[in-house]
Design a protein around this ligand. Structure first.
Ligand SMILES: [Zn+2]
Length: 73
């Protein structure tokens, strides 16, 4: 991430800021809500201001079935 404090972020005031997804699902209309990375970018500077990877999925074993649960490990 390149915008880590006030001054880093301040220099992007008035620029074109977008939120984009990357990876599996990012460009698939049927799975658009499932990118592996999401980023806030300044298009004016072509710079990533901040980004986060999708948390790993956690598998919880139950008596009847394996149930999938999303969350941070
Ligand atoms: Zn900028």
């Amino acid at each position: 991430m390149s915008a880590i404090d006030y001054n880093d972020l301040k220099r992007h005031i008035g620029h074109e800021i977008v939120c984009v997804g990357y990876g599996v699902g990012a460009f698939d209309r049927n799975d658009r809500d499932n990118p592996v990375n999401v980023a806030i970018e300044c298009e004016t500077c072509c710079e990533v201001l901040m980004d986060y990877d999708k948390p790993e999925e956690k598998y919880v074993k139950t008596k009847k079935t394996n149930k999938r649960k999303e969350g941070v490990l």
